[in-house]
Write a protein that binds this ligand. Structure first.
Ligand code: KG4
Ligand code: ZN
Length: 336
């Protein structure tokens, strides 16, 4: 049986809509439109929430219209509408949630609320036949601008939280280090781009919580160390690529160490990575080299915020809700 879902994602500075089709277990993207205000935000070195929300309002209808046009589908073809209802910036979330509620009501379609963090993991289910999709149990590593978490997935809708960052998220660390070094926002792509030309052994940066007996991370000390190097003029234009390579390696080392410990101690043979930082191919390459099992990661454009992952997650969520009752929740935790 074929199912068609429209996904809507507006949790931060991306306005995204996608139409996905599920046929014989395979989930395919018919359209995946992302309008980002990141370039606008980059002028200010980070996101201004009110401005992000204003941009969401401008883009939401054109983006949804384009998603239908590219997919060659009409609203009447849909089986459901899926929307991110949290966590994220409240002004941005409200644009997607309220739009989805109205469309669900007007078009008479079920509305499926999706947790943004869970949605990130489901990018791993897209475009693969059933046999190549993740299998349970698996370890989930979520690394984004706001989160760095390790979970043990037992099934759809069922996971155990293992650990996460005690302070800054991995993506936040990339972004803050980039800002200290005068590099553009978002910092992850900027640092990883320069890191390709640098030597990661040139700077000895901290890997906090290395020997802690848990699955937690800490990245704020790394940011402070980079800030000290900049303040004491040890970081210069000449050694910027080396410093970027060293920052990237410190983050990669911490993430890989705890992820592999989690997999080994839970006797798990598969890891699924997700979130914007998983777009870092060096992280995925090193994780594959060091883990004696399977490592799945979405294509880079499906790691960063998009609506395809929200629609993909919705294929596995059974219960639509009364569309008028849905509320955006900026503080939604990592839970179903
Ligand atoms: O998942 P995402 O698009 O948004 C959130 O839900 O937070 O993640 C954004 C984060 C930013 O911090 C950005 O710097 C980081 O992902 N990022 C990367 C790369 N591409 C994006 N970090 C490292 N390497 C990359 N190639
Ligand atoms: Zn995200």
């Amino acid at each position: 049986m074929t199912k068609l879902i429209l996904g809507i994602e507006t949790s931060c500075d991306e306005t995204a809509a996608a139409v996905l089709e599920q046929e014989n277990g395979r989930i395919q993207i018919l359209s995946n439109i992302v309008a980002s205000s990141a370039l606008l935000q980059s002028k200010y070195g980070g996101i201004i929430p009110e401005q992000a929300a204003r941009e969401q309002l401008k883009s939401i209808i054109p983006v949804i219209t384009e998603a239908f046009e590219q997919a060659g589908k009409k609203p009447r073809d849909l089986d459901a509408i899926a929307v991110t209802y949290g966590p994220g910036l409240i002004g941005s979330l409200l644009v997607g949630v309220e739009t989805a509620k109205v469309l669900a009501k007007v078009w008479g379609k079920p509305l499926i609320p999706v947790n943004h963090l869970i949605g990130h993991f489901y990018a791993n289910w897209i475009e693969f036949s059933k046999s190549r999709q993740p299998s349970f149990p698996c370890i989930g590593l979520l690394v984004s601008g706001g989160h760095s978490d390790l979970v043990l997935f037992k099934n759809h809708g069922e996971f155990e939280y293992l650990g996460g960052t005690r302070d800054d998220a991995a993506g936040e660390c990339f972004d803050k280090c980039a800002r200290i070094l005068g590099l553009p926002y978002p910092g992850g792509p900027a640092i990883s781009g320069l890191a390709k030309k640098g030597d990661s052994k040139k700077f000895n940066l901290p890997r906090p919580m290395w020997d802690s007996n848990d699955y937690d991370f800490s990245f704020s000390g790394l940011k402070t160390a980079v800030s000290n190097l900049a303040f004491t003029h040890q970081a210069t234009n000449k050694n910027q690529a080396d410093l970027c390579a060293s920052i990237q390696q410190a983050i990669i080392d911490s993430l890989i160490k705890k992820t592999i410990i989690a997999a080994k101690s839970k006797r798990i043979e598969q890891i699924i990575a997700a979130g914007g930082v998983a777009a870092n191919r060096e992280l995925i390459k090193q994780l594959r080299e060091q883990f004696n099992g399977k490592v799945l990661a979405p294509a880079p454009n499906l790691c960063t915020d998009n609506a395809a992952m929200i629609a993909a997650a919705a294929f596995f969520i059974k219960d639509p809700i009364n569309s008028l009752k849905l509320q955006a929740n900026p503080n939604l935790a990592l839970a179903y």
